[in-house]
Write a protein that binds this ligand. Structure first.
Ligand SMILES: Nc1nc2c(ncn2[C@@H]2O[C@H](COP(=O)(O)OP(=O)(O)O)[C@@H](O)[C@H]2O)c(=O)[nH]1
Ligand SMILES: [Mg+2]
Length: 197
């Protein structure tokens, strides 16, 4: 978090993390479209349309006294580009971990989660995290994936953690997840922020 006293702005860094194809880019685009800013998200894609390095976008809000500037990134889950992760994660104030809720992706999700744990070490448990159980439209009762993923991580060790079922392609739960994360980061914030530019 960076305090810019001159411009009376607080700069906050949020990262969408998770395995490849879980819905990170879709979630960010959906969040920005809620503020009519979808076009401002920059995605660095490769030729088959998967995110090569990251997505990046900025949301500016005006509070009563201070402005809030959210720098929002996604970190790629592709192993080949693992070396790009630490820079993206550096100085992060909050994470949205996007899970593909289908049972066949459980291992995939857990591998990505464990990478994150390795990258942060014991600091991991102090970072506010929202787990987005995405692709809930594809969830079947046989999957029981939600219990599966949450039961396989050390959920209770975190100071600020919560989960939400999301359907990023329909925007369901995406804004909620973002709001919840902000509440973790700024527990005192009396929200009625208005978006600027
Ligand atoms: N059915 C369904 N598909 C989704 C959902 N979210 C994302 N997708 C699809 O999953 C694929 C990967 O999404 P993308 O956002 O590119 O994943 P990323 O690699 O994590 O950035 C795309 O084809 C999306 O349309 C969802 O909630 N439900
Ligand atoms: Mg992507």
């Amino acid at each position: 978090m960076i305090f810019d006293y001159k411009n009376k702005t607080l700069q906050v860094k949020l990262v969408y993390y998770g395995p490849a194809m879980s819905g990170k880019t879709t979630s960010i685009k959906s969040l920005f479209s809620y503020f009519n800013k979808e076009d401002s998200v920059k995605s660095i894609d490769n030729s088959v349309g998967r995110t090569l390095f990251f997505d990046f976008g900025v949301l500016n809000f005006k509070g009563a006294e201070w402005g809030l500037k959210f720098l929002i990134y996604s970190a790629t889950g592709q192993d080949f580009y693992a070396s790009t992760r630490p820079a993206t994660l550096n100085g992060v104030d909050g994470l949205i971990f996007v899970v593909d809720s289908q049972i066949e992706f459980l291992e995939h999700n857990l591998r990505s989660w464990n990478e994150l744990k390795t990258l942060f070490g014991s600091e991991f448990y102090n970072i506010p995290i929202i787990i987005s159980l995405n692709k809930c439209d594809l969830f079947t009762i046989q999957d029981l994936t939600q219990e599966g993923f949450l039961a396989n991580i050390d959920y209770n060790k975190f100071r600020h953690i919560s989960f939400k079922k999301t359907v990023a392609i329909r925007g369901e739960g995406v804004l909620d997840s973002f709001s919840e994360l902000i509440k973790f980061i700024f527990p005192q914030l009396k929200v009625n922020l208005s978006i600027i530019n």
